[in-house]
Design a protein around this ligand. Structure first.
Ligand code: ADP
Ligand code: MG
Length: 237
């Protein structure tokens, strides 16, 4: 325990919550399958970033996480890699329809970046990823979602539109990520986020990532996450 605490301190990692798994040092420590290890190596990722060292083992254990670390710290892979494992671990879900992993991001640029990062790792498994955001044809996105996918990366407004159009159902969604939660709030997406969360089964795994943690975001996190572990890296709020 003492050693784990010192290890965290040297990495500038702070955690709160009960039964927090210890940080990993390598991607091997995460127990990823060979295909995933190859995809990670192909990206040139030699070792996990600081947030990944602590967030990966927690997310892989199935716990809800609040991850706070500055931009550029590698938050995306902290939720994308365990999402691939989550999907592959649930063969019974694969018979149904609708996404298993749902990722919300504030802007089309961010959603697109997450989409690209996800595809790199999902491809090897034949996991289908769809991106839906404004500025692209809603009809095309409707058709793509109708064709089926395991992961959807979306801006909240467009996802709500497509849910209303019944382009997808959330019946098999069990892994929800709210990325850049502070910016989603700044952009006024709180009602859309609450609506999306309300359509996903409560026994889901929920992850919330943010560069800062304003009170409003903290309040939402308390309402929609279950016994979350909070991981903070560096000098952020
Ligand atoms: P954040 O979401 O925290 O702003 P990103 O997930 O976008 O950060 O990652 C920032 C950059 O770091 C990206 O270019 C990503 O490909 C790269 N990256 C992520 N994880 C690693 C890693 N373990 N090793 C090397 N580069 C990484
Ligand atoms: Mg990010």
């Amino acid at each position: 325990e003492q050693e784990v605490a010192e290890n965290r301190k040297s990495l500038a990692i702070r955690v709160s919550g009960f039964d927090v798994p210890r940080p990993v040092k390598t991607f091997e420590d995460c127990g990823f399958a060979p295909e995933l290890m190859r995809a990670i190596a192909k990206q040139g990722y030699e070792k996990p970033t600081t947030i990944q060292c602590q967030a990966l083992p927690i997310v892989l254990s199935g716990r809800d996480v609040i991850g706070i670390a500055k931009t550029g710290s590698g938050k995306t892979a902290s939720f994308v890699l365990p999402m691939i494992v989550h999907i592959m671990d649930q063969p019974e879900l694969q018979k149904e329809e609708g996404p298993i992993g749902v990722i919300c991001a504030p802007t089309r640029e961010l959603a697109h970046q997450i989409f690209l990062e996800t595809k790199k790792f999902a491809k090897a498994y034949g996991i289908r990823t769809s991106a839906v955001y404004g500025g692209m044809s809603k009809l095309d996105q409707f058709k793509e979602l109708k064709a089926g996918c395991e992961i959807v990366v979306a801006t909240p407004g467009r996802l709500i539109d497509l849910l209303k159009m019944k382009a997808l159902t959330m019946t098999r969604a069990t892994y929800l990520v709210l990325d850049e939660a502070d910016r989603m709030f700044d952009l006024g997406f709180e009602p859309q986020i609450r609506s999306i969360v309300g359509q996903i089964r409560p026994d889901r795994q929920t992850l919330l990532f943010s560069a800062t943690m304003p009170r409003k975001v903290e309040k939402l996190a308390r309402e929609i996450l279950s016994d979350p572990i909070r991981v903070t890296v560096g000098e952020v709020g």
